[in-house]
Design a protein around this ligand. Structure first.
Ligand SMILES: [Zn+2]
Length: 107
């Protein structure tokens, strides 16, 4: 199998997969040296199953940045809030990790 991103050759191997920093395990995938990883269909099913078992299913959500007054607003999906025990009025610490990652810590 050729990598659709860089056209390099892909290697079938076990690759670790995690959601929200929690490891789900190693799963069979086609991996390229450019960093592109495609999990096999069997692995995708296994990942879904594991994620559901651990209550991590559907925690990743895409969203858009909104704004209110002078602040930008990022909506936190209900499932994520529940998973992290986030509540209205709760204290958080917002910290950028580089230009592409924003970390919210629950205090
Ligand atoms: Zn590649």
């Amino acid at each position: 199998m050729k990598c659709p991103i860089c056209d390099g050759s892909m290697e079938r191997k076990k690759v670790p997969y995690s959601i929200g920093g929690l490891k789900l395990g190693n799963f069979e995938a086609d991996a390229c040296s450019c960093g592109e990883i495609f999990f096999t269909e069997t692995s995708s099913d296994a990942i879904d199953k594991k994620a559901k078992e651990k209550g991590l299913w559907g925690l990743e959500k895409r969203g858009k940045v909104g704004y209110s007054g002078n602040s930008l607003i990022v909506r936190i999906p209900k499932k994520v809030a529940e998973f992290m025990n986030l509540e209205k009025g709760g204290d958080i610490l917002v910290r950028p990790e580089g230009k592409r990652r924003l970390v919210i810590e629950v205090e």
